[in-house]
Ligand binder design. Sequence first.
Ligand code: HGY
Ligand code: MN
Ligand code: MN
Length: 405
Amino acid sequence: MNQELQWIENAIEALARTAEKDGVYWRATYTPEDLNGVALLKEWMENAGFETYFDQAGNLYGRIRGKSDAVFLTGSHRDTVADGGKYDGALGIITAIAAGGALYRDYGTPEMTLEVVALCEEEGSRFLSGYTGSQAIVGALSDADLQETDKNGISLLQALKVCGYYDGVLPKPREDVNQFLELHIEQGGVLEYTKHQIGIVTAIVGLLVGDIIFHGTQNHAGTTPMDLRRDPVPAAAAFIDELNRWAMSKGEDLVCTIGNVTVEPGKSNVIANCVKLTFDIRSGSQPLLNEVKEKLQSLLNEFATYTPEIHYARQENPVLMDEEGICCLETLAEMQGASFTRIASGAGHDSQIIGQKIKTNMIFVPSKNGVSHSPDEFTSLQDIAPGYTLMKNYIKKSVWRRKEK
Ligand code: HGY
Ligand code: MN
Ligand code: MN
């Protein structure tokens, strides 16, 4: 086990280095740094005994064929947020390769077919709607999705073609996948605070992600009297303040983030012609999520002078994890003597897309100081080990059908 853990620690560092520029980590999918990361992951999968292949969306898979074609899929996303950490996504892929490789080495051909996967563009740090890889697995990628463009105007279709993944046929839903397991850092501080080694995820929040544009009249900053301006910046600021107050009034049940505000043309002596802002609103409550769209529209109506446009890039309902899988993970965690708790996820994951169609479960390991989406993201090997052991025992039981001794 220690050898596996040591390999995991080294692999995290090595994979991070392929996405590092001047000390900043960022791997958006279908970029040169992504291709470097894919080459490394492909090599590791093959060294561990997996045969590798890609799907039409560029997801990288490793497969160990079992006596049956029914697939147990495990893995996570390979992309990161801009200025992100080393563990978000990467840990779920690296632990899957380590566990699957070790079990194959020790027990040979499994009953089920085991596949590990390095998924594409979960974060949406290049294509805002995100979850590209997991959408492909459930057959939810549409022609419209392929037309989404990044900040340089390159479409998802063009990016896929440049990498040679897409041959014109949209990915069909994977009917052969029986279940999905994702090990992930908690990205919050609950496990650290409650001193649990493992979080067994019960549900993943629903979310509304998109952008809003406020239009103004571009003009001279010096010669235009205040009462003759149509300046979108103070309007957007007032909108953000009102939306934030509303979100605060919902307490623990909802979170709202305005992650990016762009002013154009963005010069100090020019009254802006538009302000573009992103929104990311999440809640575990479906009724509350339903309220959000109405609230956004009613707030925007107050700023009609700026002809606001709203565009929803992603809307997901809260998703429950598989109850039978939760109970099985609890039993195994108990048997290994680990401390664990059920926990809901405030972060989005590929599991919330795959879990809408396929039996899905997640294992959380603690995040130091609850920090994530930051270069300060960290989980020690000591904190990885219990979750990794649980993942390995769950795969051993499910895929090799071998009971824990
Ligand atoms: O934003 C999220 O929660 C996830 O990391 N994509
Ligand atoms: Mn993330
Ligand atoms: Mn993630």
